[in-house]
Design a binder for this molecule. Structure first.
Ligand code: PNS
Length: 165
């Protein structure tokens, strides 16, 4: 031990999070084992037609992590690597559920590396039980009347119910 204090390691976990699912939570838990701080960064994407507004998604995540000071939530627009530099993160965390995720993730990781070679992308595998889970499927099955209580954190479940007709 040198006694020198080091800067806390910070990773950005970017995505749409519409809404955040237990699969995302699993990746965040894994990220916290490796990094001091995980910043959940929600993309402000005017092209998509989301179920939850960005502000609602931020509120859901804030409520979910209100007792975990090592998890922050923020929004970004523009290039992800520029956002990572802005918040002094050196790593981008992404979840890889299945081979089908790989091609897009591989392209994104290499493009981000080309844009900024100092930012490293780290992939984490969720628990097998979440390997099929996605925000899109949660929204779809919820809209068709199936229970999703076990698939999303309580804050997301409550807000989903508020959206129900
Ligand atoms: O949850 P998603 O929709 O799979 O997340 C995709 C996201 C937000 C990670 C990706 O679209 C992104 O990073 N967008 C920011 C724009 C950018 O930096 N594009 C170049 C990298 S390929």
């Amino acid at each position: 031990m040198t006694g020198k204090s080091r800067r806390p390691s910070r990773a950005v976990y970017p995505g749409s999070f519409d809404p955040i699912t237990n699969g995302h939570l699993d990746i965040i838990e894994r990220g916290l084992k490796v990094f001091d701080e995980v910043v959940i960064a929600i993309l402000r994407n005017p092209e998509k037609d989301p179920l939850f507004t960005v502000e609602e998604r931020v509120a859901i995540i804030q409520e979910t992590y209100r007792r975990q000071p090592r998890v922050k939530v923020d929004t970004f627009s523009g290039l992800l690597v520029d956002y990572a530099v802005k918040v002094k993160a050196t790593v981008i965390v992404r979840g890889l559920r299945a081979i089908s995720d790989f091609e897009f993730e591989f392209q994104m990781a290499l493009m981000n590396r080309r844009l900024n070679p100092k930012i490293e992308t780290v992939f984490m595998m969720p628990a097998e039980s979440y390997s099929y889970l996605s925000s899109r499927l949660v929204k779809e099955v919820f809209a068709l009347g199936a229970p999703v209580r076990d698939l999303v954190p309580p804050a997301a479940h409550r807000r989903l119910q508020e959206k129900a007709p």
